[in-house]
Design a protein around this ligand. Structure first.
Ligand code: DGY
Length: 323
């Protein structure tokens, strides 16, 4: 009988995913679920044939160059792959897989939660209640921003951006977007308004939702200058990747009221929230839970296993990352 391939799993997996993975492979687990240091990652990978990693594991050129020669497959438990140097992986002959589609709805739900949570002061009002500071109903307290009928600007009209747009239509929002190209085949979004520049989109966005990937081009794309192009009192939502926003610029804009509120599921330097955010009542912030439903996380894990199964059967992987 041939030996089962050995998979290094960098993070704890949901039970059903682990059960299926262990049935087909020898698994090197990370039982305490701590993010592995680069040294630890390379050392654990020395006996592995493939890696099932997460979005918190950094695979830069230096790491990829030190993986064993036989290791030619990495599948990430995420749709985003900004943590992997894709050209460097390909130079090392490593194939890459990810988990698109299955987290679209869950992530779009969280974008709407962030949008509504920010607009309607969900955090500060709930905290006032829990901390015994709510004394009475009043006509002038916890006054948020009306959502219905407002313009929602979406940066990145891929699967998640479109799912956000469809949900926002349920709130009678007018959809604007900027994308590399206009989207012509988006079901139910035929009247969404395309902007050929970020600047133009920002100028029309009462609410601005970030749904693009992180890259050199999008790092700190939302900064002092671009924030200034939004209408005064706009709301910013980010469920994509933290470093797309310059946190210092957003903190200043929230403090001054230039930006009325922000709803963030992601932020720079996760898991450490910039202390400048902490006193801000107009911030609704979550700990990167976009895909965190058991159904979604199982589906993401199964996609990773589908990628591994195909790779070890010498078939094309179903969810490849490409350049
Ligand atoms: C992803 O898949 O990229 C998410 O950020 C993880 O939830």
């Amino acid at each position: 009988m041939t030996e089962k391939p050995c998979i290094l799993v960098t993070r704890k997996l949901p039970d059903d995913v682990m059960a299926r993975l262990s049935a087909g492979y020898n698994v090197i687990e990370n039982e305490n679920d701590e993010t592995l240091s680069t040294k630890e990652l390379i050392s654990r990978a020395s006996s592995a044939d493939a890696i099932l990693c997460g979005p918190t594991d950094l695979f830069n050129k230096e790491v990829l160059n030190q993986l064993p020669d036989r290791l030619k497959m990495i599948t990430t438990f995420s749709v985003g792959y900004d943590h992997i140097d894709v050209p460097a992986a390909f130079e090392n002959g490593i194939q890459l897989g990810n988990t698109p589609d299955v987290l679209t709805d869950a992530t779009a739900d969280i974008a709407l939660l962030c949008l509504l949570g920010a607009a309607r002061m969900a955090h500060s009002s709930a905290m006032a209640l829990r901390e015994g500071r709510w004394q009475k109903w009043a006509t002038t307290q916890f006054l948020g921003i009306h959502v219905s009928g407002k313009r929602l600007g979406i940066l990145g009209m891929g699967r998640i951006g479109q799912a956000v747009a469809r949900r926002a239509r349920g709130f009678d929002m007018e959809i604007h977007y900027h994308n590399r190209n206009p989207v012509t085949d988006a079901r139910g979004l035929e009247d969404a308004i395309y902007h050929d520049s970020l600047e133009s989109l920002l100028g029309q966005s009462d609410f601005f939702s970030i749904n693009c990937g992180l890259s050199e081009q999008t790092f700190h794309l939302i900064n002092d200058k671009t924030i200034d192009l939004l209408p005064k009192g706009a709301v910013i939502v980010n469920t994509a990747r933290g470093p797309i926003i310059d946190d210092t610029a957003l903190i200043n804009a929230l403090k001054s009221g230039r930006i009325a509120a922000a709803g963030l599921d992601v932020f720079e330097n996760e898991p450490t929230l910039n202390p400048g955010y902490l006193p801000l009542e107009n911030l609704f912030v979550l700990p990167h839970i976009g895909s965190a439903t058991i159904e979604t996380r199982n589906a993401m894990g199964f996609k990773c296993i589908d990628n591994l199964d195909a790779f070890f059967s010498n078939k094309p992987i179903p969810n490849p990352i490409t350049l």
